[in-house]
Design a protein around this ligand. Structure first.
Ligand code: GLA
Ligand code: ZN
Length: 593
């Protein structure tokens, strides 16, 4: 375990570097991440490259024994490129180009941009692939940040049509699976399929866009695949010249919400997982359980120790700031990371910028560059991490409880929310939070992962499960596992269409129940009583009828008072719980107990 800092050598006079590196050494900062927004320095005009500034920075860092995570600079294409090749710009859902001046405004599918990235990334990898200061790579920066995973340009439309053709082979199959007979949508060829830009109903219903739900879900999958493919190509460019491990800094689900990238797929391309952790800033204050949940998610994508690539080091925000971290908080946040399996925590940023948009995003040092209160606390953490590293090493929690995180289900729920306030991620969090309160580690797993190592698996609102998933869940239970299913599970096919079976669809046999009636809790709530004590539901109530299961809880209000809200079914050597309603936090805690 060790600490690091995000550093921008290009923002400071070279004369200052020495002071910075000495201060870093004194604070036990072992690693810096650099270079993620520097394309216009590497290639100031098209085809003319300059590496001298990076050569100097790397050599200087090496002199002080500071290791480097070197980034590919694709997050910010230079202005000359945008002017010469305007089609590399992303288009928003209304079809408007995302203009220059900010970042992440390129399209992942732009062949021109991909080629430009390939040329520069290859040169960087070739030049620094064996540099003794470099120890790892970061691809781009925060892929999908600020709603940039889904692009609506013409090139994306072409590529999406090709993607559909590969998937469905014939247009008739697509018509059948999407149910295009509804609203006269039947296509005669793949060339007729448009990407789901903002249409007639977009203003009145952002979730569904008034669009075909099969088309939307496929588009979300395609966009995620596009980001993953972009990452894969960058990794290949690097690996051609370097064997240093590769990562990319992922985003949290707590404050920034989902990126629309399937992080399990993305992580397959990477050697290690990292993420950016801001806890109290302009855009919100994260609950401790959500921060821990995010660490657990990142650990889970590779089931390996991970890094925090950016961790809050001061008061931060763009136009307005959140509070300064009170004494002890930087330390607390670091321990929360390492207790969850982080082996490196890198603080954003070393010194607060004097210019540019992020002048108020405070780093370890203030604008004046003098070591102060936060620097002292970081130095203490640095010492402690060194000590911990020598004694216990990385703390990788061994979880016996797992929660299935399904990106397909998440995206399907984002299109059809089922009821006001239902949010897949929050619902998952309600399970995590209960175990967090008990101090019990939880892993997240994809629905395709091996579950045999876990005593207890939760599958909250797993709305779609293919045959393979149903079989692996059944096998897990048969072999003695305990599985908990919930309302809104197993009722759709992978094309985002409803199944004709009675709820809970493909899980009816496993759960040993039938649901013939349900009650979305809009502007109402229902009470219940069971193994979880007395509870309140504010989202959803399935009115359960047992076939082979037995009840563990009943509703105590509304017209279904006395009917089951929770059941358990013996299945093979294990058991399947079915929770037909949401529970308040305290009832969730008692359920977890
Ligand atoms: C993100 C980015 C950084 C920086 C910080 C602060 O996490 O990765 O480049 O912009 O936020 O805003
Ligand atoms: Zn595009």
């Amino acid at each position: 375990m060790r600490i690091g800092a995000d550093y921008y050598p290009e923002h400071w006079e070279k004369e200052r570097w020495k002071t910075d590196f000495e201060l870093m050494n004194q604070a036990h900062i072992k690693v810096v991440r650099i270079g993620e927004f520097t394309w216009s320095l590497y290639e100031p005009v098209e085809g003319k490259f300059d590496f001298s500034w990076m050569d100097e920075a790397l050599d200087a860092l090496h002199e002080y024994g500071i290791k480097v995570v070197l980034c590919t600079p694709s997050a910010t294409p230079p202005k000359w490129m945008i002017d010469r090749y305007p089609d590399i710009l992303q288009r928003d859902i209304y079809g408007r180009a995302k203009l220059s001046g900010t970042r992440k405004h390129y399209c992942f599918n732009s062949s021109v941009y991909r080629k430009k990235c390939h040329i520069l990334n290859t040169k960087i990898a070739e030049r620094y692939g064996h540099h003794p200061a470099v120890e790892a790579w970061q691809v781009d920066n925060e892929l999908g940040w600020s709603n940039t995973t889904r692009c609506y340009c013409d090139e994306c439309q072409d590529k999406f049509r090709f993607w559909l053709k590969q998937k469905y082979k014939t247009i008739d199959r697509l018509n059948e699976k999407y149910g295009t007979v509804v609203w006269s949508q039947i296509y005669n060829g793949f060339d007729e399929v448009n990407i789901p830009r903002a249409g007639a109903c977009y203003e009145s219903c952002h979730d569904t866009q008034g669009q075909n739900p099969g088309l939307l879900l496929d588009y979300y999958r395609f966009c995620s695949d596009s980001v993953v493919d972009f990452t894969k190509e960058t990794c290949e460019d690097i690996r051609a010249y370097s064997s240093y491990p590769i990562s990319t800094n992922m985003l949290d689900a707590a404050v920034n919400s989902g990126t629309g990238i399937n992080y399990f797929d993305l992580s397959e391309k990477l050697d290690f997982a990292t993420w950016d952790n801001y806890i109290e800033f302009q855009w919100g204050v994260a609950e401790d359980a959500t921060v821990s949940r995010d660490h657990a998610l990142i650990r889970s994508y590779k089931k390996k120790p991970f890094w925090v690539m950016e961790q809050q080091a001061g008061a931060c925000g763009w136009s307005k700031m959140g509070p300064t971290p009170t004494p002890g908080k930087l330390r607390l946040w670091t321990y929360s990371a390492v207790a969850n399996g982080a082996d490196t925590v890198v603080y954003f940023r070393w010194r607060t910028a004097l210019f540019g948009l992020e002048q108020y995003w405070h780093g370890i040092l203030n604008h004046d560059g003098k070591p102060g209160r936060r620097y002292e606390e970081i130095s203490q953490i640095g010492r402690e991490m060194e000590l911990l590293n020598q004694t216990v090493g990385t703390l990788m929690p061994k979880a016996r409880v797992a929660i299935i995180k399904s990106f397909d289900s998440e995206w399907s729920h984002s299109i059809h929310r089922h009821v006001e306030n239902f949010q897949y991620d929050n619902y998952e969090l309600s399970f995590y939070r209960a175990f967090y309160r008990l101090g019990i580690a939880v892993d997240f797993i994809s629905e395709k992962e091996d579950m045999s190592g876990y005593d207890l698996v939760f599958a909250p609102a797993l709305i779609m499960a293919d045959t393979e998933t149903v079989e692996s869940l059944s096998a897990y239970v048969k072999n003695g596992g305990s599985l908990l299913l919930t309302f809104r599970s197993g009722i759709k096919d992978e094309f985002n269409a409803m199944l004709p079976e009675t709820v809970p669809g493909v899980f009816a046999e496993l759960a040993g129940i039938q649901v013939n009636d349900y009650d979305p809790q809009m502007e109402k709530q229902t009470t219940s009583s069971g193994v979880f004590g007395e509870a309140k539901s504010t989202l959803w109530c399935d009115i359960i009828e047992e076939t082979t299961a037995r009840p563990l809880g009943v509703y105590t209000s509304d017209f279904y008072a006395g009917k089951s809200c929770m059941t358990v079914n013996e299945y093979g050597n294990g058991e399947v719980y079915y929770l037909g309603c949401d529970l308040d936090d305290d009832a969730m805690l008692r359920l977890a107990e």
